[in-house]
Design a protein around this ligand. Structure first.
Ligand code: SF4
Ligand code: ZN
Length: 308
């Protein structure tokens, strides 16, 4: 919220039309008014989709829709881009991880209905018999996001496939992606850095239209277009390595505004280099989902079901 206030409180004028600016882009040196900000934002997201050939005739796009600012902006953007096309459809999927006070699937459902987009909710409780709160109770908070992230991706993929989706869209922004690359570097995780993006049987291909847009601009777009601001934060988010990396990268990028773009480019180039060297793919004999040599979701469920 504070960040949005900083963006809006400005006496500067748009560099394109001299109307009052709502945003200063440090990396481009431009002040933009509301209309030119929308045009710039939407052009970037469309270019990312076009360059990656992420939308094709006949697609059903499942949107991972928590109801927060990033996925709210994504649902709005994809709806305005695609709702007039007869050959592409959207479905919104909300995951209820079982963290009371954080997610409200009914609000997400109401928002999807406003846009006339079919909506489904899938829950950790129903799919796995355990919630993130219960996992933290048993195992402590240190790995909450690792467990939650693996199980959520697994559930989203299964739900998207069941809904007949051909693409699974995430509202990840430039900051998220840069943090992911830096986390993999800091962990020395070569396998993840070199993991290509080619099709994997059983995995619905993922698309990230906001990949090249900074988080503060996604937040501003969400606020101005949909009135959405993130008021709640997951109580476990401070436990994650990501929180430390975010802080570090924010501090560094203040003086080096191109740092996040450089990291995302590095991640993309390494993925291209690694595209030829995928390991063998398996299907988990227990849950039937695609996986590496061992299914991480089933491994986690085994681990958490045995208590602390
Ligand atoms: Fe799950 Fe971590 Fe996100 Fe909370 S912050 S919803 S525990 S991944
Ligand atoms: Zn303008």
């Amino acid at each position: 919220m504070l960040m949005i206030k900083v963006d809006l409180i400005t006496s500067m004028r748009c560099d394109k039309c001299r109307r009052p600016a709502v945003l200063f882009q440090r990396y481009s040196g431009l002040h933009l008014c509301r209309e030119h900000f929308f045009a710039d934002f939407e052009a970037k997201a469309k270019r990312t989709i076009r360059e990656n050939r992420w939308v094709s005739r006949g697609d059903t796009i499942a949107v991972a829709f928590s109801g927060g600012k990033d996925s709210g902006a994504l649902l709005f953007f994809l709806h305005s881009l695609l709702s007039r096309r007869k050959d592409v459809s959207l479905v919104a999927i909300t995951v209820d991880e079982g963290i009371p006070g954080y997610r409200d699937p009914s609000r997400a459902g109401a928002r999807a209905r406003e846009l006339d987009i079919p909506h489904m909710t899938v829950s950790f409780r129903e799919a796995y018999g355990i919630t993130v709160d219960e996992i933290v109770e048993r195992k402590g908070g240190a790995l909450s996001c690792t467990y939650c992230g693996v199980l959520r991706r697994h559930l989203l993929n299964a739900a998207a496939r069941d809904a007949g989706a051909t693409k699974l869209a995430f509202g990840f922004n430039l900051d998220d992606e840069a943090q992911t690359v830096l986390m993999n570097v800091l962990r020395g995780d070569t396998a993840r850095l070199l993991r290509g993006t080619h099709p994997v049987p059983g995995m619905v291909p993922r698309i990230k239209p906001f990949l090249s847009i900074p988080e503060r601009e996604v937040a501003l777009y969400s606020f101005l277009r949909c009135g959405t601001v993130d008021t709640g934060r997951c109580p476990y988010s401070q436990n994650a390595m990501r929180a430390e990396v975010r802080q570090m990268l924010n501090a560094y990028a203040w003086n080096h505004p191109s740092a996040r773009f450089a990291l995302v480019n590095l991640g993309r180039e390494l993925a291209e280099l690694g595209a030829g060297r995928t390991g063998e793919l398996h299907v988990c004999s227990r849950c039937g989902e695609p996986c590496g040599t061992t299914c991480r979701s089933c491994g986690i469920l085994d681990e958490v079901s045995h208590g602390a």
